[in-house]
Write a protein that binds this ligand. Structure first.
Ligand SMILES: O=c1ccn([C@H]2C[C@H](O)[C@@H](COP(=O)(O)OP(=O)(O)OP(=O)(O)O)O2)c(=O)[nH]1
Length: 150
């Protein structure tokens, strides 16, 4: 089953040269996001930075976008998203930004229009929280955090 949505995308002023998010293969889950940094920035080992993408979105209600790391950057350079997956709410109209951290041992340079992360769209169910005095019983009950063993 294929779910299909229209999502509006806007290039922010001064970012006309920055690539729109792009799927690198036909059935890729994620749209790669491009850095809209001025020139180049360098992340020292252990350093984090909020990287602009130069784009904003208008998604239909019931959809979110998740910002996830690129595995190649993580494996080769220790570059990942600190808050993964970052949550882009359907009602957010600001610039999409990517919170990167350098967990590697070398400085890592990020140039304008370099692919830094990916964005995966997800359907979000509408949930109404209902406060009650007691919850239904289950076999697990309150067991968690490894209570079934290693
Ligand atoms: O990686 C991210 C995470 C969030 N956002 C934007 C879109 C999102 O809709 C908004 C708020 O994100 P979140 O709810 O994670 O942040 P918060 O710390 O709870 O802030 P707020 O109080 O603004 O909701 O920030 C990004 O651009 N990139």
């Amino acid at each position: 089953m294929i779910l299909s949505y229209y999502v509006q995308i806007n290039k922010l002023a001064g970012n006309e040269d920055v690539n729109l998010p792009c799927k690198m293969s036909e059935q890729a889950s994620g749209y790669d996001l491009y850095a809209a940094v001025a020139g180049e920035i360098v992340l020292a080992p252990g350093e984090r930075a909020l990287i602009p993408t130069g784009i904003s979105l208008a998604m239909p209600e019931g959809l979110e976008a998740q910002i996830r790391p690129r595995s190649g950057l993580a494996l080769k350079h220790g570059i990942t998203c600190l808050n993964t997956p970052g949550t882009i709410d359907a009602d957010y109209r600001g610039e999409i930004k990517v919170l990167l951290i350098n967990l590697g041992q070398e400085p890592f340079a990020i140039a304008r229009n370099e692919r830094i992360a990916q964005m995966v769209f997800q359907a979000v169910p509408v949930v109404n929280l209902v406060e009650v005095e007691e919850l239904s019983e289950t076999q697990r009950g309150a067991g968690g955090f490894g209570h079934t063993g290693k």
